[in-house]
Design a protein around this ligand. Structure first.
Ligand SMILES: Nc1nc2c(ncn2[C@@H]2O[C@H](COP(=O)(O)OP(=O)(O)OP(=O)(O)O)[C@@H](O)[C@H]2O)c(=O)[nH]1
Ligand SMILES: [Mg+2]
Length: 463
């Protein structure tokens, strides 16, 4: 059966489930109707086709032609209570590449097919073991950047997020049933008997959808991290600032303008969010070829920034002109969040230039925790906002989900105004249907092949 591009089901797939390289152990696993038969044919030990589900057996992987290739533990999981819903066998091999490569080769020879990216998770989805949001949470969990993002993914994987969505969906279906009931009985210009109930259901759904949608800025930052590019004129103190934020001397600092020529990146975790800081070459016109290349890269780095931290030496001659240039940046690069920070306050009179988002001394920042806290707080606010979410609020981490939530919200607002203005019942019902579809697309109740291929192809092989 061909379900989504590149994925077939019905055959038995095999892949390495742990990364290549030296390690204590390495896992190779199979899933499919023939998983046990194929495994039993290359296993010397207990007859795997006779062992109970969820049991481990020690033995050798071997073939008649080649003899033994590894001493392994074979764990058998029988359908339906398995991760994929199919029979699964996991071979725990010795670490390193050779033993597990040999195991893979032997299992393919015995009839298994090498799995594509995310194919195990795809089968779990197809067999109803997890919904689409949970499948995506597995990807997030593997790539979690901090303990906090791990917690959000686990909540999604446990189905807490999906159950929030299914509560919304259930109340929308009730709403739809009420609307359609009345539509069936009257010809035109419906005046709904229980308008208050309809309004209550719709408002409730809208509130929940709105809360989810507004969590996305935070969720996106948790999942992807925030890229902060430090830019400014040569000698502004960018590298000094970078080192102070990181808490160690990562970048060379000197009084010679044009010191930094390559982009230098390093990340820190602050309040559970990974911030990737990028130090750049100072921006100026230069005759030095290498420095000019650095400047070009700095300009390019601006376009990759989530936040641009534009640093200005407030004691420098061009500071004011530089300041107004930096203030104009958001107009020239739409969507760019810009912080203009004045540096070297330790050298300047206290009264000068108040137009900065923050003034500090990069040189003294390492010794001044409250200034560093102010700076990080500012970066946090400009990148994720200052909304505080209740403990039980589910956080949306996926752009795909956010697109559906925004569309659902729009349809809900349209439905709300239809209901208020006593508009057409048909249009009201169409809008509510559209909300249901968008919510269903998140969990995969409503979906199409392309979306599935796209989601699962982003996984690693073996997952
Ligand atoms: N007094 C004072 N000096 C500073 C401060 N921050 C940086 N400096 C000095 O300014 C000079 C330039 O600092 P860098 O951090 O190398 O500046 P940069 O912006 O990275 O310079 P380029 O890499 O050349 O673009 C060094 O001599 C630093 O010690 C500050 O807060 N106060
Ligand atoms: Mg520098």
């Amino acid at each position: 059966m061909n379900v989504a591009r590149g994925y077939t089901t019905g055959d038995t797939i095999v892949a390495r489930a742990t990364p290549r390289g030296a390690s204590a152990l390495s896992i190779v696993r199979l899933s499919g109707a023939q998983a046990v038969t194929i495994s039993a044919s290359v296993f010397e030990g207990k007859d795997l086709s006779g062992v109970p589900s969820h049991t481990a057996s020690v033995g050798y992987l071997r073939s008649d032609d080649e003899g033994a290739v590894d001493h392994v533990v074979a764990t058998v999981f029988l359908s339906p209570n398995t991760a994929t819903g199919e029979d699964i066998v996991e071979f725990t091999c010795h670490g390193g590449d050779v033993a597990s490569d040999e195991a893979l080769r032997m299992l393919v020879q015995a009839g298994a097919r090498m799995a594509g990216p995310g194919e195990f998770t795809f089968r779990a989805f197809l067999n109803g073991k997890i919904d689409l949001a949970q499948a995506e949470a597995i990807g997030d969990l593997i790539h979690a950047k901090s303990v906090r993002s791990n917690r959000v993914s686990i909540a999604h994987l446990r189905g807490e997020y999906s159950s929030e969505l299914s509560i919304i969906r259930a109340s929308l279906l009730e709403l739809l049933a009420l609307i359609e009931l009345e539509l069936d009985f009257s010809e035109e210009d419906v005046e709904f008997a229980d308008k208050a109930r309809l309004e209550a259901l719709l408002n409730q759904a809208l509130l929940k959808i709105g809360a989810l949608a507004s969590s996305f800025r935070l969720g996106n930052a948790l999942a992807k991290g925030v890229r902060v590019v430090i830019a400014g004129r040569p000698n502004a103190g960018k590298s000094t600032l970078m080192n102070a934020i990181l808490g160690y001397d990562r970048v060379i600092v000197s009084e010679v303008p044009g010191t930094t020529r390559d982009e230098i990146e390093a990340s820190i975790i602050y309040n559970g969010i990974a911030y990737q800081f990028v130090d750049t070459a100072g921006m100026r016109e230069t005759a030095d070829l290498i420095e000019a290349e650095g400047v070009k890269r700095s300009e390019k780095a601006l376009s990759t920034a989530d936040v641009l931290l534009y640093l200005i030496d407030i004691t420098s001659e061009g500071a004011l002109g530089d300041l107004s240039w930096a203030r104009g940046l958001p107009d020239r690069i739409p969507g760019l969040a810009v912080l203009v920070v004045g540096n070297k306050v330790d050298m300047a009179a206290a009264t000068s230039h108040t137009e900065y988002d923050l003034k500090l001394s990069a040189k003294l920042l390492g010794q001044n925790e409250s200034d560093l806290g102010d700076l990080m707080g500012l970066i946090e606010r400009i990148s994720i906002g200052s909304d505080v979410f209740a403990e039980e609020q589910q956080i949306v981490t996926s752009q795909r989900h956010q697109v559906h939530l925004e569309a659902a919200k729009e349809a809900a607002l349209r439905a709300q105004s239809q209901l208020h203005s006593g508009g057409s019942g048909d249009m009201l019902s169409a809008d509510v249907r559209s909300i249901v579809e968008h919510i269903g697309s998140i969990t995969g109740e409503v979906t199409n092949e392309d979306v599935l291929s796209q989601i699962f192809s982003c996984f690693c092989i073996g997952k």
